[in-house]
Write a protein that binds this ligand. Structure first.
Ligand code: GCV
Length: 599
């Protein structure tokens, strides 16, 4: 079908379109799987061959990235499902705003409680996602409030309008739904998954969805979590709950993304036997093999909640008879809220290197909103970019992806500075915030800025247990909560032993004295002081680097935006440094070996 312009090719315009030097051939007999393509460039002509339209599209986006000659290569996605999830509300929520944990303005999809009238912008977003390999998007917040629940029923036409824009780029649309929808929307007196009326309600509602949107992807469900309704209310398991929705979707080829983020959020901080890190494994692994074939269990990459450093969730290593999705968070809830530079793909890449063989889907919580630069901090775009590229191919080097994004975004004169600012930015952020995997020393509620004891005596199950002698959570089998026992070997023993536990996760797994000597040769307390001084100093250097870049190189507006965010990052990093160092100095009474200023 060379020469025919499919819908998505029209959308490639705007100066970045394919020229006559690209030859696209769709050949259903070429032997390639769905979405795969072969690409080559020779004598200045690029050829792309694929069996389907989607493969042709992905090959075309690859052609836009090409620079120079290329011997024929075939590319195919690592997983069939590569999803971006939005935590968008239709209405502005009094506490969470329009986009829960959103730092890029309002929703791309809804404005003033109604569907956006800027559907072209949605089309641009769809192109952006498709260009990095995303093929699924869920539109609304997993915390489904009453108004948003109606997207499933009488507001379905809005979902259909959005689906039409995403469809142009081979992206299927999903909805977050409330487990209590049969009650909230259907007027039933129960949402019990064993009740025939409930099953019939889900079947009928789902049938109506597919009558309107034949290629609808399915449902995303947060159940029995942070106040959301779920099957526990009826004495049913999460497999019972998920399978009812799965049965309703199965005739149409739809699927349920059922979240494993289930834990007791009303814990008593005095109770040392409950460990939030254990919760997902304890709830879900007994159900391995009980989920319907079209249920995907969606598991946050770490056992707690998207902290700057966590070990990989043991659930991802322990459910061989269940389809699994790993969930990443591009929206920087705990990693600087798109005011700090924090390039996260090195973290995601290391998770994927452990779980790649076990997962069937990669899900990323989007960091995009109606902001002019999509992501508030212009450099945060790189997180979304690489999230898609890694879902397509988890073996890609995250730093090479950073350079790929820089090359497509900035002129060569800016490339070096942007690279230097971003390359180690996750490590820098970790340095001035969360020491040795301890996590959650953030301001409660908004999760921005330091508050070392903010969650220490709260109900959320996120403690560091610092006292005058030491810090950290004992999660060992020998003397602690036993969480290390949820890992297969060799990880179970590696994390259990102080001799082998990696320094960066030490306080996640162990409670140790401040004088404990790390593998690095430093004491814990000196490590805390050093990383916080070094982290804040590194941010100060970033400001200088950016200021030295002539604004016209990147455009004055963008330059000013980044400069403004960097000023806030410096202020915040200094606050983190001083609060963390002062806190641990006061607790431990141990001075900094270098005599630097601690308050
Ligand atoms: C969408 C954390 C966030 C919540 C979020 C939740 C989740 O607790 O703070 O805002 O809710 O994770 O992933 O469901």
């Amino acid at each position: 079908m060379s020469g025919v312009h499919p819908a998505w090719l029209g959308g490639l315009g705007g100066g970045a379109g394919l020229g006559d030097d690209v030859v696209l051939t769709r050949d259903p007999l070429c032997g390639l799987e769905a979405e795969a393509y072969t690409i080559a460039r020779s004598g200045g002509v690029t050829t792309v061959v694929a069996a389907d339209e989607a493969g042709l599209m992905y090959g075309s986006f690859h052609a836009l990235r090409l620079d120079g000659e290329l011997a024929a290569q075939t590319h195919r996605p690592f997983v069939a499902r590569r999803m971006v999830q939005h935590w968008d509300n239709v209405f502005v929520h009094p506490v969470m705003g329009q986009v829960e944990r959103g730092y890029s303005g309002g929703s791309l999809f809804w404005e003033d409680g109604a569907l956006t009238d800027d559907l072209d912008r949605v089309g641009d977003y769809a192109r952006l996602l498709a260009s990095v390999g995303i093929n699924a998007v869920s539109l609304n917040n997993v915390n489904v409030h009453a108004g948003e629940a109606r997207l499933l029923t009488d507001r379905l036409s809005e979902v259909a309008a959005l689906a039409a824009r995403f469809r142009q780029y081979h992206i299927r649309v999903y909805l977050s739904v409330s487990f209590a929808a049969p009650m909230v929307l259907g007027g039933l007196d129960t949402a019990d998954p064993a009740d025939e009326r409930v099953k019939a309600w889900w079947a009928a509602a789902t049938q109506r969805v597919y009558a309107t949107i034949p290629d609808f992807g399915g449902y995303v469900v947060k159940a029995d979590s942070e106040g959301q309704p779920g099957p526990f209310a009826y004495g049913r398991t999460h497999a019972d709950g998920a399978n009812v929705l799965a049965a309703a979707l199965a005739p149409f080829g739809g699927e349920v993304y059922w979240r494993a983020f289930v834990y007791n959020h009303r814990q008593d901080w005095r109770d040392r036997s409950t460990d939030r890190a254990r919760a997902a494994y304890d709830h879900f692994t007994p159900l391995d093999g009980e989920f319907a074939a079209n249920v995907v269990l969606q598991v946050k990459h770490g056992p707690i909640d998207f902290q700057p450093r966590e070990p990989v969730s043991p659930v991802l290593l322990s459910m061989p008879r269940t389809s699994l999705a790993v969930e990443f968070q591009a929206t920087q809830e705990y990693t600087g809220q798109q005011r700090h530079v924090c390039y996260l793909p090195p973290m995601w890449s290391s998770v994927l290197s452990t779980v790649a063989g076990a997962v069937d889907a990669v899900v990323t919580v989007s960091n995009a909103g109606d902001d002019r630069y999509w992501t508030n901090h212009p450099l945060a775009q790189a997180n979304l970019y690489a999230a898609g590229r890694l879902a397509w191919d988890p073996a890609l080097d995250p730093i090479a992806l950073l350079d790929e994004w820089i090359g497509l975004t900035f002129p060569p004169a800016a490339a070096g500075v942007v690279h230097e600012l971003m390359r180690d930015s996750w490590a820098v952020y970790e340095g001035y915030t969360s020491p040795l995997g301890v996590g959650f020393m953030v301001h409660p509620g908004d999760h921005y800025g330091p508050d070392v004891d903010g969650y220490e005596y709260s109900r959320w199950g996120t403690y560091h247990f610092a006292d005058r002698d030491g810090v950290g959570v004992d999660r060992t089998r020998a003397t602690g909560t036993g969480f290390t026992g949820q890992y297969p070997q060799p990880l179970a023993d590696e994390y259990e032993s102080l001799d082998t536990c990696p320094d960066e996760l030490l306080l996640f797994f162990h409670h140790v004295p401040y004088t404990h000597v790390l593998h690095s040769g430093k004491t814990v307390i000196q490590h805390i002081y050093d990383t916080h001084f070094q982290g804040a100093a590194a941010v100060a250097e970033m400001v200088g680097r950016w200021a030295a870049l002539p604004p016209e190189t990147v455009g004055e507006d963008l330059h000013a935006r980044v400069a403004d965010r960097l000023r806030e990052q410096v202020r915040s990093a200094n606050e983190w440094r001083d609060q963390i160092n002062t806190y641990f100095h006061r607790k431990s009474g141990i001075p900094d070996a270098q005599g630097r200023r601690i308050y």
